[in-house]
Write a protein that binds this ligand. Structure first.
Ligand code: ATP
Ligand code: MG
Length: 559
């Protein structure tokens, strides 16, 4: 292995192994695969595996297959097959002609199972499932040999054929590899290769009522496709001896090798399709693409660009040590991507009316606003200014503390792209709630500077009342209130009750009426936002993609 490459950016132990396999001639062309089970949508953990597998395929001029591990028809659906393909494409990867399904190999896998039986390497076991579990033994105790283990090859062949022919109900028997019931590795204690499932399969329909297990299908699928480096997460390390045993005992056309890396874990987030599925089913989120979900579909709907996900993944690197990554690092990558590209706009999230007393009633004017302070080529736009404008409620304090430079009685501030205004009077309702401010403006400060050189200490965003659009804005927080949801109790008990805050009656400048769904803009001083498909041109809805700073309020711990 080449020395010292681990510190090089973009290098890791997997890439080092591949590099040295190519140099030594052990590998001619690198072939990797991403093997999702279509039992849910992809999450950002999968993005790590996708970026790694497709990344090395590209970097080493090899190829990468997308292979669905569709061996459990009771949990798998066409919807997931379609969504997974859309998500991998969105992330920016292409499998070319190499879209494969483990179910494409069912006939071959069956033939190989027969091969194992003929060689005395597999047997049909009709021990009831419960009992069989009890016979597996423990880490300190050998398993118990099943009475079925001594069946003759002919008996096994006949029983396995009957299994396939549908002569038995679910669970009546299984096909097991005959390896070693005393092995220190539980995966080698005669693991199940086939189980009976009278279930309709999204691709093979009712052709089969027996289905291979993941362990049996996976390595053989790798071998059929000529995968050279089968990269998976650490939990499969204990399965590797079985992976290799099967390859050793079958006439497979190629010899893949398995390598393991650490899963991506992120604080305040769960990454298990089973749990995400449960949240969708139980309605605690609006769907797989709820912007709070760690799914790629959810991130996309929240406005996160694919390149930000890729940059995040490359920043965290690939290693064998398990760790939990801070969500702030993902947010950092999102901001870093959006800052140079997102057009600037003004929006008032919690509006407070300002009446400019000395501005003529019924009149308006247009001011010029730049679309990006550092990118003149992004141009300018016209914004309306008039006697009534909206400012952010938080930008006013009746009794300001010492360092509060924004609006307060008698204080002068700058309106972004506009004039200086001074707060003259507070209007309150019968309950004493501030409902408007009466201000004056200085017509000589157009463009944001005073001819006499006087300074103001704050510049506020604002929107003219004359043509403001009303919008709903959704602010997201972490979906879970704990850094390690579900660690010591039901994961649903750790949900953050404040994971979304919906603001209605927000005020947008009219330039936002054409913001297409999915495009991200920066609301000045607020963060990055994207139009949500729930909205329309007349009733826009925006999602906050990410704040301008690390704005995650420490979520309250519930329960
Ligand atoms: P989940 O528990 O979320 O369903 P999984 O491993 O069962 O995950 P698969 O569809 O089998 O989901 O995963 C496809 C590939 O993605 C596997 O190779 C798996 O190792 C990898 N993968 C899944 N979760 C992560 C993660 N958090 N980090 C990195 N790789 C992951
Ligand atoms: Mg899995």
């Amino acid at each position: 292995m080449p020395a010292d490459t681990s510190t090089e950016p973009g290098r890791d132990f997997i890439r080092d192994i591949i590099q040295s396999d190519l140099e030594s001639g052990r590998t001619e062309t690198v072939v990797t695969r991403f093997p999702p089970e279509p039992n849910g949508y992809l999450h950002i953990g999968h993005a790590k595996s996708i970026c790694l597998n497709f990344g090395v395929g590209q970097e080493f001029a090899g190829r990468t297959h997308l292979r669905f591990d569709d061996t459990n028809p009771t949990k798998e659906e066409q919807e997931y097959i379609d969504a997974i393909q859309a998500d991998v494409r969105w992330l920016g990867f292409d499998w070319g002609v190499h879209l494969h399904f483990a179910s494409d190999y069912f006939e071959q896998l069956y033939d190989w199972a027969v091969h194992l039986i003929r060689n005395g390497d597999a047997y049909v076991d009709d021990t009831p499932a419960e009992e069989m579990r009890g016979m597996r033994g423990s880490l300190t105790e050998a398993g118990t040999i099943s009475p079925s283990r001594n069946r003759s090859v002919d008996q096994n062949l006949a029983l396995f054929a009957d299994m396939r022919a549908g002569k038995f109900p679910n669970g009546a028997c299984v096909l097991r590899a005959k390896i070693d019931m005393a092995s220190g590795n539980m995966n080698l204690r005669d693991p199940v290769l086939y189980r009976i499932m009278h279930a309709h399969h999204p691709r093979t329909g009712d052709a089969w009522c027996i289905y291979p297990t993941y362990d049996y299908a996976h390595g053989q699928s790798d071998a059929i496709e000529g995968i050279t480096h089968s990269i998976c997460t650490l939990e499969f390390e204990d399965h590797k001896p079985l992976y290799d045993w099967l390859l050793d005992h079958l006439p497979v056309p190629s010899r893949p090798r398995q390598y393991e890396f650490a899963r991506l874990n992120i604080g305040y987030t769960v990454m298990s399709k089973r749990i995400l599925n449960r949240m969708v089913r139980e309605g605690v989120v609006a769907g797989w693409d709820d912007p709070r979900m760690p799914t790629l579909a959810g991130l996309r709907r929240r406005g996160v660009p694919a390149v930000a996900v890729r940059n995040f993944i490359s920043r965290i690197g690939v290693a064998r040590a398990n760790s939990v990554v801070d969500l702030a690092l993902l947010d950092f990558s999102i901001r870093e991507t959006l800052n140079p590209t997102a057009p600037r706009r003004m929006a008032v999230l919690r509006p407070l009316k300002v009446v400019i007393e000395n501005y003529p009633e019924g009149e308006t004017e247009t001011l010029e606003a730049v679309n990006h302070p550092d990118a003149p080529d992004m141009g300018t736009r016209q914004i309306t200014f008039g006697r009534e404008i909206w400012v952010e409620r938080d930008d006013f304090m009746e009794v300001p503390p010492k360092k509060f430079y924004r609006l307060s009685p008698g204080k002068e501030v700058r309106l972004r792209y506009g004039y200086f205004i001074t707060c003259r009077e507070i209007v309150k309702d019968a309950d004493g709630v501030v409902i408007a401010l009466r201000c004056t403006y200085d017509p000589a400060t157009k463009g944001g500077n005073a001819p006499d050189g006087r300074k103001v200490q704050a510049t506020l965003h604002w929107v003219a009342a004359a043509d403001a659009m009303d919008a709903e804005i959704r602010l997201y927080n972490t979906l879970f209130a704990r850094p390690d949801p579900g660690a010591d109790r039901d994961v649903m008990d750790d949900l953050n009750p404040a994971s979304v805050e919906v603001l209605r009656g927000c005020k947008l400048e009219t330039a936002l009426d054409t913001a297409p769904v999915g495009a991200v803009v920066q609301f000045e001083r607020q963060g990055y936002f994207t139009a949500d498909p729930d909205g329309s041109a007349r009733a826009p809805v925006f999602n906050r993609t990410v704040g301008l700073r690390d704005s995650y309020a420490k979520p309250a711990v519930t329960g």
